[in-house]
Design a protein around this ligand. Structure first.
Ligand SMILES: NC(=O)c1ccc[n+]([C@@H]2O[C@H](COP(=O)([O-])OP(=O)(O)OC[C@H]3O[C@@H](n4cnc5c(N)ncnc54)[C@H](O)[C@@H]3O)[C@@H](O)[C@H]2O)c1
Ligand SMILES: [Zn+2]
Ligand SMILES: [Zn+2]
Length: 361
């Protein structure tokens, strides 16, 4: 058995996305079908459309979502129909070498649904990050469903499914920001602003936001940045150093995904400081740095996948902090849109006046 729903696909490289009828199979063993309530538009969806992730077109886009479990397959015990869940793109396997060593946040063998969703003519779809949630319903591995308090708004909860978790986690998990630290965040979209929220939550004393768009800097300030730098008009490295006693920041978070901004991050950090790359580069990008500088400056150069989060640990905790008013996740939702407005949301992402457009169903 299967059912037909509406979903947004990216048919081919750089082609406009469009709404199509999607065939969703009933959940098999270990799988779940989730009725989507909200799904945010992340820059990674645009990367998929542009062919920047891989060539497995057509993609079923959308991966920053929350919804209600509709049905589960054989052997599923952690979630049940009716549960309110956030979808995650790293369902830990429990048996790979990382999981066995007690580091499930680095799981090397994360799970997705085994069955394929298709178009009406049988063409198999590649769901973005194994989710595909710009659709009324989607099929995932049950481990991709993390139960959270249903009192929170679906649009807010869904954000934790990707960008906001990636940003907060880049600061608190990967960057290990501590009380009194200085932090610089380069690129203040949804991910960068979430890194600012995370840095503030962790007790950073100085949080420097860097972007090329003044509107983004104004929002970054409202999220907790103590200083802002427009790197179109100011030298990012020199200004960050100037704001940190001439030394550079303890932790610099790169949330653009570009060699130029990575270099800024590399040189804007203090000796023995940490660079966290959370922006996603495209396959054509390369980086050249004097090896002596890599050695001589010490510290750590880290990448942050999904903020090194553990969904079962981090999603309910962050929802709780939001409900208590200690972080404001609702501030990330700039607008709610309909399913057929995703292409327009990509354009608005480029124009820079949106943090998150969220599709509501
Ligand atoms: N690592 C992960 O797990 C993960 C998860 C989600 C998203 N991402 C990636 O994070 C990045 C940011 O995502 P987003 O949704 O916030 O995107 P976004 O488009 O909303 O934000 C990007 C921001 O970077 C700014 N920017 C662009 N060029 C710049 C430059 N040269 N210097 C300074 N700022 C610049 C833009 O003005 C914008 O504010 C993307 O690469 C995305 O794919 C990574
Ligand atoms: Zn594992
Ligand atoms: Zn994303």
């Amino acid at each position: 058995m299967s059912q037909q729903v509406q979903g947004v696909i990216a048919p081919g490289k750089n082609q406009p996305v469009r709404v199509e009828t999607i065939v969703v199979p009933d959940p098999g063993p270990g799988e779940a079908v989730v009725k989507i309530q909200a799904c945010g538009v992340c820059h990674t969806d645009l990367h998929y459309k542009q062919g920047g992730i891989n060539d497995d077109f057509p993609f079923l886009l959308g991966h920053e979502a929350s919804g209600i479990v509709e049905s589960v397959g054989e052997g599923v015990t952690d979630v049940a129909p009716g549960d309110f869940v956030i979808l995650n793109w790293r369902a830990v396997c429990g048996s790979c070498r990382a999981c066995l060593r007690g580091r499930p946040q680095y799981c090397f063998s994360t799970h997705n649904a085994e069955q394929k969703m298709t178009l009406l003519d049988g063409t198999e779809l590649s769901p973005a990050l194994g989710i595909g949630a710009f659709a009324e319903k989607t099929l995932v591995a049950a481990g991709q469903c993390t139960k959270v308090d249903p009192a929170v708004s679906p649009a807010v909860a869904g954000l934790l499914g990707c960008g906001v978790m990636a940003g907060i986690g880049a600061a608190i998990n990967t960057g290990n920001v501590g009380r009194g630290d200085s932090v610089a965040v380069i690129g203040c979209g949804g991910v960068g602003d979430a890194a600012i929220v995370g840095a503030r939550l962790a007790g950073a004393a100085r949080i420097i936001a860097v972007d090329i768009d003044d509107r983004k800097l104004a929002t970054a300030k409202s999220m907790g940045a103590t200083h802002t730098v427009n790197s179109r008009t100011q030298d990012a490295v020199e200004t960050i150093r100037g704001l940190t006693g001439g030394n550079g920041a303890d932790v610099v978070i790169e949330a653009v995904g570009h060699p130029e901004t990575y270099k800024q991050a590399f040189y804007a950090r203090d000796l023995a400081g940490t660079v966290v790359l959370v922006g996603v580069p495209t396959p054509d990008m390369t980086l050249e740095l004097p090896l002596l500088d890599v050695f001589g400056r010490g510290g750590a150069l880290k990448s942050s996948w999904y903020g090194d989060c553990l969904p079962s640990r981090d999603f309910p905790m962050l929802i709780d902090l939001h409900q208590q008013g200690r972080i404001d996740l609702a501030a990330f939702v700039t607008e709610t849109i309909a399913l057929d407005e995703v292409e327009k949301a990509f354009e608005r992402m480029h124009e820079g006046d949106v943090l998150r457009s969220v599709v509501e169903f």
